[in-house]
Design a protein around this ligand. Structure first.
Ligand code: THU
Length: 144
């Protein structure tokens, strides 16, 4: 599969996930899809709450799902899709949350950010340089 095909396929899964967004307050559905080295994909959409600050972004939920399924690394690419006028780049919290999963095997995944048409391609390290992660804490994160 070409790089463009891999990108388009993951973005299509992110867009599909966005169809299940629960975003009655912002009316801004977002979908995220994570690609793993074994070919697996984990996707999610944003889930809002009447107590606005409790809302969860699509990327954060996708990472939480992946960890809850037992994944501990292997993240090769992330796709984020919104429907606004500009590609949706992960918020600061999501960058840190994605970074936790990526850091487990020192990965620097591609992050594809899309709106309806255009796509921005970045590395996670560009979105979150000098990241703080599990390796910065005392103790062996592999034991967690
Ligand atoms: N949102 C995401 O799900 N991911 C992002 O990268 C940016 C923002 C959600 C949070 C909230 O539900 C809505 O978009 C508007 O901010």
């Amino acid at each position: 599969m070409s790089g463009d095909d891999a990108r388009d396929e993951l973005l299509a899964l992110a867009r599909k996930a966005a169809e299940n967004a629960y975003a009655p307050y912002s009316r801004f559905p977002v979908g995220a899809a994570l690609r793993f080295a074994d070919g697996g994909v984990v996707s999610a959409a944003n889930v809002e709450n009447a107590s606005y600050g409790l809302s969860l972004c699509a990327e954060t939920l996708a990472v939480a799902k992946a960890l809850a399924q037992g994944r501990r690394g292997g993240l090769v690419a992330v796709a984020v899709a919104g429907s606004g006028a500009r590609p949706v780049t992960p918020c600061g919290r999501c960058r840190q949350v994605i970074s936790e999963l990526a850091a487990l095997d020192h990965a620097d995944p591609l992050v594809w950010c899309a709106d309806g048409e255009s796509v921005l391609e970045l590395r996670l390290s560009q979105l979150l340089p000098h990241a703080f992660g599990p390796g910065d804490l005392p103790g062996d994160p592999d034991e967690a």
